[in-house]
Design a binder for this molecule. Sequence first.
Ligand code: FNR
Length: 377
Amino acid sequence: MSILEIDDLKKMARRRVPKMFFDYADSGAWTEGTYRANEEDLRKIKLRQRVLVDMSDRSLESTMIGEKVAMPVALAPTGMTGMQHPDGEILAAQAAEAFGVPFTLSTMSICSIEDVAENTTKPFWFQLYVLKDRSFVYNLIDRAKAAKCSALVLTLDLQILGQRHKDLRNGLSAPPKFTPKHVWQVATRPRWAFGMLGTQRRTFRNIVGHAKGVGDLASLSSWTTEQFDTKLSWKDVEWIKERWGGKLILKGINDVEDAEMAARTGADAIVVSNHGGRQLDGAPSSISMVEPIVDAVGDRIEVHMDGGIRSGQDVLKALCLGAKGTYIGRPFLYGLGAMGKDGVTKALEIIRKEMDTTLALCGKRLITQASRDMLHR
Ligand code: FNR
């Protein structure tokens, strides 16, 4: 099968990853309206076709929070990445490192901060959920520092979990309900199953053995459900920033007023995001919020964006509207599920090729020249 676009990787991942885990990646909250809108609103934006301008010597190189990137596309933090493919976080981090783009490890990852650090050579970014068990959170921040992570991505839009119907129907709840259906799903994906048997990394290794009272899957699921902090406030950003002491990115801003608050914290960047449509179904698409947020705070803080990016064209559109960088979640997860590390590389290559050709056909040479006048409005 020739793999030409992200959707090809998605189809392949669907065949190779057990249904409950494929669905986990491919789900949004409630009606999935916001999940769909993220993609659809990007598709609606039209680019200006230009001719007879110098399109030679193009470059996609840019920076995100001052770090040089081969293209302004980071891998988003995604929980349970190691369930799309054995050792998934390590493989994705290695692919990102070789490609020259940032990798962000989720608090809810299967492989730990230390696992990824031991198997990569360049700094990666760490995403933090602030949980009620503050001593665990302090420790996590310290572990990210010790592993020389170069940015902390603080996720703000998950103080309470959005309901994803697919996960509940698949029994992927806390605690998980294992039934013969799951055994069948795994048995029909032997490549995945053998890979899992061959790795030690099968549970949430950032948490198990580190959080008090969490020693196995059962204690982990009850701990996790009660740990999200509904009382989290802007005040908490202050102590996190201070304890971390490095580059800070605030993720999950989808409103101008919140962007204003975020800009006042002194963080280095914000990510316009609705968690890939997995939290507030009914929220506007991320791309529709980029322009108003950039206009409000773009002169004070770097603005990044994620949600719905499925091609290099989508990246370019977000940049034209003023985002300095973007993130992909599902596209790299599909790649990982389809072909492991090679699949993540493939996803990045597809996006790079699409972005480069589109840039040329829009009559520009440098990605850093992306601007609103490249769009049909
Ligand atoms: C996520 N996302 C996410 N975000 C975060 O800050 N911490 C996390 O642990 C997770 N986990 C997670 C799991 C899965 C399976 C998905 C798909 C997403 C959200 C993620 O970082 C990002 O915001 C979205 O994935 C972007 O949308 P696209 O690119 O998937 O459309």
